[in-house]
Write a protein that binds this ligand. Structure first.
Ligand code: GLN
Length: 305
């Protein structure tokens, strides 16, 4: 069945159908595909259709705009239809194209890893800023997932040595590929384990970074479908109140930090006050919260006394 028969299934006015006598052009295929996505309540239907067609063609989106009248081969159409069908089930765009940009770098993503979010770049920015005075910073990235934090920090700080951990060995496989892809595999050691479980007890880092699973179990049902049904649950939630990993990080990180070492982690919407209340001021200096582009506390910075 070709794209035309799949897409037209009663959805389109006859003037569109009559235009599709032969092979559809880029603009016709985009119109039909975005309509299919819209019918599945996919946000950004046209943009996603463009991204997926560009991916099927091995080109960028600009190519589509310049060549909107070009007809598409059966092979490309079949591939495109497959991508559109997948996106219609609310599979994230990034898992279909297999990548996501983060901190100006390109990361492979699979359903074994959380898709990197722009807010998480705050952790990287703050680390770079604070590391300026250190010649050979030692960094631990706890729950590295795709490796986006570890790889970006290693890229920016060429003298840094990073240990990146994750409980998911499947995630670590992806993270290791991302280190290679970005040319920093010599700076990062990947370790499978729960938080600090496999970190040598004598390792004292300058920075411990983490974007832990912070969604409460009770909030999981209400998430966007792309997140709820596709991203790894173990990366999203602690299956509890959403604060479990902050309790553990605040308790366990001091053993792996230099004095004056810094713990930086991401937090969820409205968790800032609850997390501040968990901080033992005998161990940590006053926490400092950084706001994301929406003005909400997104990142917490704590230095060890
Ligand atoms: N560190 C990764 C990220 O920031 C993974 C985070 C996670 O899986 N919770 O995207």
């Amino acid at each position: 069945m070709n794209i035309r028969h799949r897409f037209v299934a009663g959805l389109f006015p006859s003037w569109i159908v009559s235009k599709l006598k032969e092979m559809p052009t880029i603009s016709e295929a985009l119109m039909l595909a975005s309509s299919q996505l819209r019918n599945s309540s996919v946000p950004n239907d046209l943009l996603d259709a463009q991204t997926l067609l560009a991916h099927a063609l091995g080109k960028d989106r600009t190519y589509l705009i310049i060549n909107f009248n070009q007809t598409l081969s059966d092979e490309v159409l079949k591939q495109f239809q497959n991508y559109i069908d997948r996106r219609s089930t609310r599979e994230p765009l990034q898992y279909i194209v297999g990548k996501q940009e983060f901190f100006g770098l390109d990361f492979e993503v699979t359903p074994d890893v959380l898709i990197p979010r722009p807010e998480t770049e705050l952790i990287v920015e703050e680390t770079i800023r604070l590391a300026a005075s250190l010649s050979h910073p030692i960094v631990i990235d706890v729950g590295t997932g795709s490796g986006c934090i570890a790889v970006s920090v290693a890229r920016e700080l060429s003298k840094a040595q990073v240990v990146a951990t994750d409980i998911s060995s499947k995630a670590l496989t992806v993270a290791a590929r991302n280190a290679k892809r970005n040319g920093v595999e010599d700076q990062i050691k990947f370790v499978a384990g729960d938080l600090f479980q496999e970190i040598p007890p004598n390792l004292k880092a300058d920075f411990i970074l983490s974007n832990p699973p912070y969604i409460a179990a009770s909030e999981m049902p209400g998430l966007q479908l792309e997140v709820r049904d596709w991203e790894p649950k173990v990366a999203l939630t602690d299956f509890g109140d959403g604060l479990q990993f902050y309790r553990r990080l605040l308790a366990e990180a001091p053993d792996y930090l230099q004095s004056n070492g810094v713990l930086i982690f991401e937090l969820g919407y409205q968790q800032s006050e609850q997390i501040k209340a968990l901080v033992d001021r005998h161990i940590w200096n006053d926490p400092r919260a950084l706001q994301d582009f929406q003005g909400i506390d997104r990142t917490m910075v704590l230095s060890r006394r």
